[in-house]
Design a protein around this ligand. Structure first.
Ligand code: SF4
Length: 184
């Protein structure tokens, strides 16, 4: 009996996805991207007390071309926005973004002309991390959640279908300006 009869349909593809997912989630390298006070907590996550190297992530890369994770740690000013986008565009695919703290996620208490009201106006965000500032344990939790996402990311046409489904769901969502009472 040939391998085609023995193996159920999709067996090879599923196995490759799992192996690639495991390899990717175990070798995430963050780019150095500290914007404000949250960056101190991010730096603390790299110290022996919290030991981010347990996850193979102790090397914060100075070059975006060596990195596949951006942790936006702090409020993002309009002046900094094009630079952060430039850094993001310089990172190779696949790449991920964690928005660390309320300032990065929504502008936080800085509801003014100088601060971007959420870094997702500039880069696509995979994980939003609340808190002011989030403690290193919270950042580690966000990283572990991201690892789960990365591990389960489909490949090839399956990835395109998942991206299309996510985009359609986002378009169906209620626009922010209609969520009066919650954000206004
Ligand atoms: S969330 Fe808090 S700690 Fe983080 S950048 Fe904003 S003010 Fe600073």
């Amino acid at each position: 009996m040939g391998i085609e009869e023995k193996a159920p349909a999709g067996f090879m593809l599923t196995s490759v996805e799992k192996i690639v997912g495991l390899a990717r989630k175990s070798s995430v390298w963050p780019v150095t991207m500290g914007l404000a006070c949250c960056a101190i907590e991010m730096m603390a996550t790299g110290t022996p007390r919290y030991d981010i190297s347990r996850f193979g992530m102790e090397v914060f890369r100075a070059s975006p071309r060596h990195a596949d994770l951006m942790i936006v740690s702090g409020r993002l000013s309009h002046k900094m926005a094009p630079i952060i986008r430039n850094v993001y565009d310089s990172m190779p695919e696949p790449k991920w973004v964690i928005s660390m703290g309320v300032c990065a996620s929504s502008g936080g208490m800085f509801n003014n002309y100088a601060i971007v009201q959420g870094c997702d106006h500039v880069v696509p965000v995979d994980i939003y991390l609340p808190g002011c500032p989030p403690r290193p344990e919270m950042l580690l939790h966000a990283i572990l959640e991201l690892h789960e996402q990365i591990k389960n990311t489909p490949l090839g046409v399956n990835r395109e279908a998942a991206a299309r489904a996510a985009e359609a769901a986002a378009l169906r969502a209620t626009p922010m300006h209609e969520l009066k009472g919650e954000y206004a």
